[in-house]
Design a protein around this ligand. Structure first.
Ligand code: ATP
Ligand code: MG
Length: 420
C-alpha cells in the first residue's frame, strides 16, 4: 500500500517531466497569442456545482465523482472537469463586469472514478479554454482553432475535427419528442442509465458508451434535421469561419453534449491511433450555463483537452518532444580546499543565472568527470590543490573537448560571458 499509488493515478518522474512542461508552455503561448488569459480555480468545489453545471444525467455526475463530506459537514467534490468551476469563478469575481468577451484558459488536474485503461485515468489533467459573453460563431471557430493550432504546432497531422450543432432549447423540444417516439418501444433494451435519460434528457442516449444501447440506435432521428433557422445560420457561419481559417472538418450529427444549457456548436477532435480512448479534445457552446449556475444570462463556449491523451497521441505518432539541454557547468574538485572553492564559485555562478552542479559524494575525479558527462554539461571546471596554489582553474569545453587554464579571479566573468 505505502509504496503503491492509488489505482488510476501515475507519477510524472523527472526524466519525463520535460514533455509536460513542453506542451504546457506551448499551450500557454498559443492561448496568449489568441488573447486568452489564464484562470486557476481550486481543486475542489461544492458538489452541487457539478450536479448543476455538468448535469444529473451525465456519467460524470452519476458514476464518476470523488465526493466526500468534509469535517465541517460540507458536501465537497474533487474537480471532475474544468468548465463548471470557471463559470462559478466568472460569476463570483464578477468578470462579466469587465469588457466582454472574457477569454480564459486553464491547466487543471481532474478526478473521475473510471475504469483505468490506456488514456483513461482517475487522476488526469486537462487544458481548457472558455469564452464568455459572445454569441457570434466566430468565437466558436476561434476556440476550435486554438486546439487545432496547438496540435498542428506539435506536429500532429492526422487528427479529425468533427462538428455538430445540437440546436437550442426550442429546437430540442421538437427533437426530444421525435426521439422519445423512436425510442419508445426500445426502452426495455436500453441500459438503466438510458432509461432514466429517456425521461430527463433523451439526447444523451446517443452518447451512451454501452453497446446494448448503441445497437438500438440505427435509424435514430438526428438533431441536425430538427434545428431552427437561427441555429442553422449559426452552424453555417461556423463552417464558413472554419473554412476561412483553413481548418478541415467533418459534420458528425452524432456528437452531442446533451444538457439543456448546452446548445448549438458541439465538437470533438479525434486521433485514430489511441484506440477506443480516441477523443483528445471535446467542447462546445453552453449559452444557458452561466445563468443556470446563478449568474447573469451570458453565452459561453469552450473545450477540454486531456493532457495524458495528448502525450499518448504524440507518442503513437512518433513525435519526439525536444529533450532539455543539460546544465551549463559541472565543477570537478580534488581535495578539501578545492571543494570549498567550488561551493563558493558555484554559488556566484548560480546568482548569475548559470546552472551549476558540484560533487556531493566525495567521488574520485574520474567518477566526477563521468558524472559531468552524464548530466550533459557544457563546461567542466576542474579545481585541484595544484591549481589553487597557482591561482588558476582549468575549463573544459565538453563539446569540443578543448581545455584551457584561466585565472581564478576571472573564472566567474569568463563563464558568465560564454554562457550568455
Ligand atoms: P470520454 O468519452 O473519453 O469518456 P469525455 O466525454 O468524458 O471523454 P470530456 O468530459 O469532454 O471527456 O473531457 C475532455 C477531455 O478530457 C477528453 O477528450 C479526454 O481527452 C480527457 N479525459 C476525459 N476523461 C479522462 C480520463 N478519465 N483520463 C484521461 N483523460 C480524460
Ligand atoms: Mg468520460
Amino acid at each position: 500500500m505505502l509504496t503503491k499509488a492509488p489505482r488510476g493515478t501515475k507519477d510524472v518522474i523527472p526524466s519525463d517531466v520535460y514533455k509536460w512542461t513542453f506542451v504546457e508552455d506551448m499551450f500557454r503561448e498559443i492561448c496568449e497569442k489568441f488573447g486568452y488569459r489564464e484562470i486557476r480555480t481550486p481543486a475542489f468545489e461544492h458538489t452541487e456545482l457539478f450536479k448543476r453545471g455538468v448535469g444529473e444525467t451525465t456519467d460524470i455526475v452519476q458514476k464518476e465523482m470523488y465526493t466526500f463530506t468534509d469535517n465541517g459537514g460540507r458536501e465537497i467534490t474533487l474537480k471532475p472537469e474544468g468548465t463548471a468551476p470557471v463559470v462559478r469563478a466568472f460569476i463570483e469575481n464578477k468578470l462579466y463586469a469587465d469588457a466582454q468577451p472574457t477569454k480564459l484558459f486553464y491547466n487543471t488536474p481532474c478526478f473521475r472514478y473510471e475504469r483505468p485503461q490506456a488514456g483513461r485515468f482517475r487522476a488526469f489533467h486537462q487544458f481548457g479554454v472558455e469564452v464568455f459573453g459572445a454569441v457570434n460563431p466566430s468565437v466558436d471557430a476561434e476556440v476550435i482553432s486554438i486546439a487545432m493550432t496547438f496540435f498542428k504546432k506539435l506536429g500532429l497531422k492526422n487528427l479529425e475535427l468533427k462538428i455538430n450543432s445540437i440546436g437550442c432549447p426550442e429546437c430540442r423540444k421538437k427533437y426530444n419528442e421525435a426521439l422519445r417516439e423512436f425510442l419508445n418501444e426500445k426502452l426495455e433494451k436500453l441500459c438503466k442509465t438510458c432509461e432514466d435519460r429517456y425521461e430527463r434528457n433523451p439526447m444523451r442516449i446517443i452518447d451512451c458508451k454501452k453497446e446494448e444501447c448503441q445497437k438500438e440506435l440505427t435509424g435514430v432521428p438526428l438533431i441536425l434535421d430538427y434545428i431552427c433557422q437561427d441555429c442553422e445560420d449559426h452552424f453555417e457561419k461556423l463552417q464558413k469561419y472554419l473554412g476561412l481559417m483553413g481548418l478541415e472538418y467533418e459534420i458528425d450529427p452524432r456528437i452531442v453534449r446533451g444538457l439543456d444549457y448546452y446548445n448549438r456548436t458541439a465538437f470533438e477532435i479525434i486521433s485514430r491511433e489511441i484506440g477506443s480512448q480516441a477523443t483528445v479534445c471535446g467542447g462546445g457552446r453552453y449559452d444557458g450555463l452561466v445563468e443556470e449556475i446563478g449568474g447573469p444570462s451570458t453565452p459561453g463556449v469552450g473545450f477540454g483537452l486531456g493532457i495524458e491523451r495528448l502525450l499518448l497521441t504524440l507518442e503513437n505518432n512518433n513525435i519526439e518532444i525536444p529533450r532539455p539541454k543539460g546544465i551549463d557547468v559541472f565543477i570537478v574538485t580534488m581535495g578539501n580546499r578545492a571543494n570549498e572553492k567550488a561551493v563558493e564559485i558555484s554559488q556566484r555562478l548560480r546568482e548569475n543565472m548559470v546552472s551549476v552542479d558540484i560533487d556531493h559524494l566525495s567521488r574520485s575525479m574520474k567518477a566526477q568527470f563521468k558524472y559531468s558527462n552524464k548530466v550533459n554539461s557544457l563546461y567542466t571546471v576542474v579545481i585541484g590543490d595544484n591549481e589553487l596554489d597557482n591561482n588558476v582553474v582549468s575549463l573544459k569545453n565538453m563539446e569540443t573537448s578543448t581545455q584551457e587554464e584561466i585565472t581564478l579571479d576571472s573564472v566567474i566573468d569568463e563563464i558568465v560571458n560564454r554562457i550568455k
